[in-house]
Design a protein around this ligand. Structure first.
Ligand SMILES: Cc1cc2nc3c(=O)[nH]c(=O)nc-3n(C[C@H](O)[C@H](O)[C@H](O)COP(=O)(O)OP(=O)(O)OC[C@H]3O[C@@H](n4cnc5c(N)ncnc54)[C@H](O)[C@@H]3O)c2cc1C
Length: 293
């Protein structure tokens, strides 16, 4: 199918883009990588009257360090995050995550900002950014606001973005020494969306006690979820195999899956949440101990 008729704009500044969003309100949609928006339009599940293509706005694609944070421009492609030297050195979880999204075409076109804004509970970025306690920056017609990723992800296909706002940047706190992260994913076949996936970020203190734990879940609820019970099961404890097992068990309790005719029952997904949390923790611990973030 082809999309319904729409009017197309390609502004070259963020200001011009937000002015268009303000003018056309909910009838306008931003086009970033188009990897989710175009299928929606072609299947006529959504038919925006106005498309605001942000690909000609310079300065929205970057990965850089600023003080104790990594800043990622919203228009940065999955592939560029996967292969970024800075990300590989400081936040392997993000490189893992990007490398497991879709196929090469999707990773070359799709953007981190588009994926987070789309708020698909099976999307991978939300869980990884939850594990890192990331913050997003939103630009409206007159001002910026920032918010924790936990508040940004509201519900299935619903973010905290107002119709006249653009997500411009994702800020990720750089983990301290003795930190390790990982993103692990179960998929039916290469390039598929997750059956379940888990993002894990840990920090150990000098004695090997867990001083930071971030765990995000994908395809295990109405949106990407923070596994709060699992995080609590790790904090302040030495990461023995028993503690890892308790946390994996707790992540399964944190998960709120529903039966999915394509990717498995709620019961199966809960069991896989446990298995993949365990695997993610084991990899994150070995990276923390090996000096790889
Ligand atoms: C075959 C296929 C396989 C895929 N597999 C996976 C997978 O395994 N894991 C996964 O996570 N994703 C997967 N995806 C989705 C992919 O990651 C998309 O790139 C992503 O969901 C949307 O990003 P985009 O840049 O393409 O956004 P678009 O499709 O352009 O936009 C998506 C939505 O976000 C809005 N939007 C975009 N950018 C902004 C912004 N900066 N500010 C405000 N709103 C904005 C748009 O208006 C639209 O509503 C897959 C897609 C395809 C086609």
């Amino acid at each position: 199918m082809v999309p319904r008729k729409f009017e197309y704009f390609a502004p070259t500044t963020v200001k011009a883009a937000t002015t268009l969003l303000k003018k056309y309100g909910p009838d306008a949609k931003i086009l970033a990588g188009g990897m989710s928006l175009l299928p929606v339009m072609k299947l006529r599940l959504g038919s925006p009257a106005y498309i605001v293509d942000i690909n000609r706005i310079p300065g929205l694609e970057y990965v850089k360090q600023s003080g104790s944070n990594i800043l990622i421009g919203a228009l940065t492609r999955h592939h560029d995050i996967q292969t970024s030297k800075l990300i590989k050195e400081k936040a392997m979880i993000l490189s893992d995550c990007a490398g497991l999204i879709g196929d090469a075409q999707v990773r070359n076109m799709g953007t981190m900002g588009g994926s987070l804004s789309h708020c698909d509970p099976s999307g991978d970025w939300g869980a990884a950014v939850l594990a890192m306690r990331g913050v997003v920056k939103l630009r409206g017609p007159s001002k910026d606001r920032t918010m924790k990723i936990d508040d940004f992800l509201v519900d299935t296909f619903t973010s905290a973005l107002k119709p006249n706002e653009l997500l411009t940047e994702i800020s990720i706190p750089i983990p301290s020494a003795r930190s390790g992260g990982a993103y692990v994913k179960l998929e039916r076949k290469t390039g598929d969306f997750a059956t379940v996936a888990v993002g894990v970020q840990l920090t150990l203190d000098a004695k090997g006690t867990c001083s930071y734990a971030g765990i995000g879940l994908t395809a295990l609820g109405n949106k990407n979820l923070r596994a709060t019970r699992a995080e609590a099961a790790l904090l302040g404890k030495p990461l023995t195999s028993n503690v890892v097992e308790e946390a994996a068990e707790a992540a399964s309790e944190d998960a709120e899956p529903t039966n999915d005719p394509l990717r498995g029952s709620a019961e199966y997904k809960k069991e896989m949440a446990k298995v993949y949390t365990r695997r993610g923790l084991q990899l994150a611990i070995s990276r923390a101990k090996g000096g790889k973030q």
